[in-house]
Design a protein around this ligand. Structure first.
Ligand code: ZN
Length: 407
């Protein structure tokens, strides 16, 4: 390809992506409106729309012939453009969903996993669910556009490798190769918090924000940083490991799974909350939590503590408040560094958002620079604990919107 035709192909793809993204965010929209909003001339828009129609990425949805002037045909993303498989690999669970391009869930399944198991076993369990998902959704119309996998830890996007997941103790796992061999699909790998941030930007609370942070809180705490409208990846793509920010305000006793002492997440993650509950129950057992664990024959979990808090249990509420203060310290630091428009809390701990958020906001007000806290809205993700699963879907959808010629 000569430089000129390469430039033309690039320009064509950029324009196709611009039009497709506008249809995604502003549908239903007419060709005339697309021309005005994109700044492209009407004949270019018509030809781009024809190409998107031919690729079945968009469809026409009737016309407004009732109004004066020439009737306009409305354009929308074609929900039958293809199916996306999203896989969220958690530390102690795996979630798989099949959705359309507009993230409408067609099929889903979640299974618990055992973090003590060897990685091969957990990957095999995940692949079995993926195969089940493919078989179940094959009957539906359309092609698979790709499989997105969100995982804790640092990821090499180019090689499709998980470099290191401290809470799983996994190193150098060639996820893209493994999943491609088994499914023959196009595979996308992304860090769980980054994936969730992409979902918030594409479908969620941050569609109109250029500077926001997504905080994934579960067994670990990870961050997806959107700065100047783009996901910030850092030199090697590892940026956002906010949970391993060292909190050195007190002599630390807590060893983090990353191998260091005193990381922020060890004060505010899922384990620390369960540990706080257990310590309080040993000292003073007037909580309904003991009865709940006996009744349900289950260990203490975040949903169980939430259930106790909803019933007014003092220990459960106290522990969530303490965890909220610990989280708020990290949030205040992030606000001081990045001055974001929003911080969105998601992941498994976000089910307790009603209890965590007031304490987080109080701490942010106490520890962020004067006036900074008022400029940042702290909210719970509308996707709740599914933010990284929707994120896995969003990573695929975002690439389709960016490179429609690859379809
Ligand atoms: Zn750490």
């Amino acid at each position: 390809m000569t430089p000129k035709t390469a430039d033309q192909a690039f320009l064509r793809e950029t324009n196709l992506s611009t039009v497709l993204r506008l249809i995604h965010t502003q549908s239903p929209i007419s060709r005339a409106q697309l021309a005005v909003t994109s700044g492209l001339n009407k004949s270019t828009v018509s030809s781009l729309v024809d190409e998107l129609l031919a690729k079945h990425l968009v469809h026409e949805t009737g016309s407004n012939s009732g109004v004066a002037g020439r009737p306009a045909t409305w354009l929308e993303i074609n929900p039958h453009a293809g199916l996306v498989i999203g896989v969220e690999l958690g530390v102690d669970f795996v979630s798989v969903a099949v959705t359309d391009l507009l993230r409408n869930v067609i099929w889903r399944k979640k299974e618990d996993t055992n973090p003590a198991d060897h990685q091969d076993k957990m990957i095999e369990q995940t692949l079995q669910i993926v195969k089940e998902a493919m078989t179940a959704s094959k009957k539906k119309d359309g092609r698979f556009l790709g499989l997105g996998l969100s995982t804790p830890g640092t990821v090499d996007l180019k090689e499709g490798l998980l470099i290191f997941a401290p809470n799983l103790h996994w190193h150098n796992v060639p996820f893209r190769k493994i999943f491609h061999q088994q499914t023959k699909l196009k595979i996308y790998i992304e860090n769980d918090a980054n994936a969730a941030a992409i979902a918030e930007h594409l479908y969620g609370a941050a569609q109109h924000n250029r500077d926001f942070l997504f905080v994934f809180a579960g067994v670990g705490i990870g961050g997806g940083l959107f700065l100047n409208g783009k996901l910030y990846r850092g030199k090697n793509g590892y940026a956002g490991e906010i949970g391993h920010f060292p909190i050195i305000a007190e002599p630390s006793q807590v060893l983090c799974h990353c191998g260091n002492y005193g990381c922020w997440e060890t004060y505010a993650n899922q384990y620390s909350i369960i540990q706080r509950v257990q310590t309080k129950l040993e000292k003073k057992n007037d909580s309904i939590l003991s009865a709940l664990t006996r009744e349900q024959n289950a260990p203490i979990t975040i949903p169980l503590i939430k259930q106790a808090a909803d019933a007014g249990d003092k220990i459960a509420i106290e522990v969530f408040t303490e965890a909220g203060y610990a989280m708020g310290q990290g949030f205040a630091g992030l606000i001081n560094i990045f001055n974001p428009e929003k911080i969105i809390l998601g992941g498994p701990l976000s089910v307790a958002g009603d209890y965590l958020l007031p304490a987080i906001k109080d701490t942010v007000a106490d520890h962020s620079m004067p006036e900074f806290d008022r400029q940042t809205e702290v909210i719970v993700s509308s996707f709740g604990p599914d933010a990284s699963l929707i994120g896995a879907v969003a990573v695929v959808a975002d690439d389709v919107l960016a490179k429609p010629l690859n379809i």
